[in-house]
Structures are given as structure tokens and as C-alpha cells.
Design a protein around this ligand. Structure first.
Ligand SMILES: Cc1cc2nc3c(=O)[nH]c(=O)nc-3n(C[C@H](O)[C@H](O)[C@H](O)COP(=O)(O)O)c2cc1C
Length: 170
């Protein structure tokens, strides 16, 4: 079997980034048969639909090609103001535009590192929400929304408030 290609994307541009360090640690822990390469996102210009339509700038073209060629992505993101870094969002914007959306059906695992007490939980939520628009495997839209609806209806049926209301005298 051929080697599985994992593309590591760090949302931090810092030299001493914890997120980039964790990606590197993941590469060391990978089993035989998997190989990690790292995407560069710091030279991708700010997304502009006019530029996209006129012809992809080289760094954006390279990023899209790397994502398309990978068997899966591992995204590590710092949490900036409860969300992802502008650099990572920009790269995702470039990759998400049709034709040939590069995140479509791509297996993606995400994680975050932050000194904050929540360890970047909010950026993980935001990343899922943003990536869901491009249909990768980390956030299967239809499946998760029907699961959410099921959970919601169960919760409503069992809601303590409802029980209290229904048992209180009218
Ligand atoms: C602009 C900015 C905003 C930040 N906002 C948050 C935040 O909302 N929550 C959090 O836990 N950490 C926040 N941090 C701290 C970073 O998550 C932390 O510095 C992290 O180590 C950065 O990742 P890196 O080490 O991979 O560069 C913020 C840092 C910066 C520079």
C-alpha cells in the first residue's frame, strides 16, 4: 500500500509556536506508512475574489495543490480572540472557493494549543463551523444536523422546566 500523505497546517506564524511544535510531535508519533508535510500559509495574499478570478497567485495555487494532494489534513490552530488566526482563515478561504473546492470530502483532524484555561476549545468550534461550509469529513453537515435535531427533541421532551411546568397547578 502506498504511503498516506498528511498535510499539517499550523494557524500560527510564530517561530516558537506551540501549535507548530505539536504538529511536529504528531509527525514523530505517526505510525509507519504515514508521512507528514507542512503547508506554508504566511505568504498567501489576502483573499480577493477579483484576484482569484484573474488567476491564482502562486502561494494560493501551491496551498490548494498541497491540500488536494493530501490524503488527510491535521490542522493545529491558536485561539485568537475566541476564534482562529487571520492567516488560517485566509488560507481556508482560498481553498474553499469553487471550482474544485479542495476541502471537499477531505478527512480533517483539528486541535489547538493555548495557554488559556480552555486550551482553545472555542477555536476548535469555530474551525468546525467554518470548514463545514466546504464539506470535509470532520463535519458532516447533514448527519450532524439531524443528530443535533434528535438530541434537541430528546432534551425538550425531558426538559426539567417542562416537567416542572406540566406538574405545577394551573
Ligand atoms: C491576538 C491574540 C489573541 C489571543 N486570544 C486568545 C483567546 O481568545 N483565547 C486563548 O486561549 N488564547 C488567546 N491568545 C493566546 C494564544 O492562543 C497563545 O499565545 C498561543 O500560544 C498562540 O499559539 P502559538 O503558540 O501556536 O503561536 C491570544 C493571542 C493573541 C496574539
Amino acid at each position: 500500500m502506498s504511503e498516506l500523505k498528511v498535510l499539517g497546517i499550523s494557524g500560527s506564524l510564530r517561530k516558537a509556536s506551540y501549535n507548530t511544535a505539536l504538529l511536529k510531535a504528531c509527525a514523530e508519533l505517526m505510525p509507519a506508512g504515514m508521512k507528514m508535510t507542512y503547508a506554508r500559509i504566511d505568504d498567501i495574499p489576502l483573499f480577493n475574489q477579483d484576484v482569484f478570478d484573474a488567476g491564482l497567485p502562486e502561494p494560493a495555487k501551491r496551498f490548494r495543490a498541497e491540500v488536494a494532494a493530501a490524503d488527510g489534513l491535521l490542522i493545529a490552530s491558536p485561539e485568537y480572540n475566541f476564534s482562529l488566526s487571520a492567516a488560517l482563515k485566509n488560507a481556508i478561504d482560498w481553498g474553499s472557493r469553487p471550482p474544485n473546492q479542495v476541502f471537499q470530502d477531505k478527512p480533517i483532524a483539528i486541535f489547538s494549543a493555548s495557554q488559556g484555561p480552555m486550551g482553545g476549545a472555542r477555536v476548535q468550534y469555530d474551525l468546525r463551523r467554518i470548514l463545514a461550509s466546504s464539506g470535509p469529513m470532520c463535519c458532516r453537515g447533514r448527519k450532524s444536523s439531524s443528530a443535533l435535531r434528535r438530541r434537541k427533541s430528546t432534551r425538550t421532551a425531558r426538559s426539567p422546566t417542562r416537567r416542572r411546568r406540566s406538574s405545577s397547578p394551573s
